[in-house]
Design a protein around this ligand. Structure first.
Ligand code: SAM
Length: 236
């Protein structure tokens, strides 16, 4: 069984995603009952990338979202440290630099890009998996141009604590079972529910963005708070 623990050791996290890369997107659709597509559309709308812009999709995985950011002519760098995830995505798109998306292997804690490279930076379901969230937020800010924007899409918490705990319990039991049914590693999906339960709620994450130097921080809930989109700007 290949799974990460809540210490989020980078080797374990990368190995876990390498192991599930082939079925990652299929299982997302199944486990979220198709909601993931709605969440991804909301991210594309929030990033709102247009022609001439350069977007960083960090922890891009197979790059399922990355290509959508190119719809109005932006170019996208899809960066991740799981070579397995990047490879599955590159094969689907027909190459490591294809359809406006260029794949770059890199660690969120030490991004392989110069200061102020990107007009917009975004990370979907990735920030929860890094072992130093504040460092990742600082790195994202460093590579964003002044005036540029950040959009984070991440699992979050329902505003009613008792419902949030019920949902958490349901995921704890249900996710590994469904994953096993689809021939995938249940350990990776046990990690998913544990890491969501331990993840900060919406106001706490907003505070972390502000502490990392992001301005005009705001968030909005999707699917009642199962997922939240956080936004911030680099002003200085
Ligand atoms: C749940 S997947 C999300 C993939 C994609 N963004 C999506 O929305 O489907 C999380 C991704 O974060 C990547 N990741 C975790 N920690 C990372 C780090 N420190 N640097 C780069 N990528 C990281 C993993 O390799 C994995 O591909």
């Amino acid at each position: 069984m290949t799974r990460a623990e809540l210490d989020k050791n980078p080797r374990d996290v990368a190995a876990m995603f390498d192991a599930i890369a082939g079925r990652y997107d299929l299982l997302n659709d199944v486990l979220s009952a198709g909601q993931d597509r709605r969440w991804r559309r909301a991210v594309v709308g929030a990033v709102d990338a247009y022609s001439g812009e350069l977007v960083l999709d960090l922890a891009a995985g197979t790059g399922t979202s990355s290509e959508s950011f190119t719809a109005k002519g932006a170019r996208v760098v899809a960066c991740d440290f799981s070579l397995g995830m990047l490879q599955v995505g590159a094969e689907r798109r027909g190459g490591a630099s294809s359809r406006g998306v260029t794949v770059v292997a890199g660690d969120a804690l030490r991004l392989p890009f110069a200061d102020e490279t990107f007009d917009a930076v975004t990370i979907s379901f990735g920030l929860r998996n890094v072992n130093d969230v504040d460092q990742a937020l600082a790195e994202l800010r460093r590579v964003t141009r002044v005036g540029g924007r950040l959009v984070i899409c991440e699992f979050s918490h329902l505003p009613v604590p008792v419902l949030d705990r019920l949902l958490g319990r349901g995921m704890e039991v249900g996710l590994p079972l469904v994953a096993r049914g689809f021939g995938n590693d249940p350990g990776a999906y046990a990690y998913l529910s544990e890491s969501i339960a331990a993840w900060p709620d919406q106001p706490a994450l907003a505070g972390r963005l502000q502490a990392a130097g992001w301005s005009r921080v705001a968030w909005r809930n999707l699917t009642l708070g199962v997922v939240a989109l956080h936004r911030g700007y680099r002003e200085g």
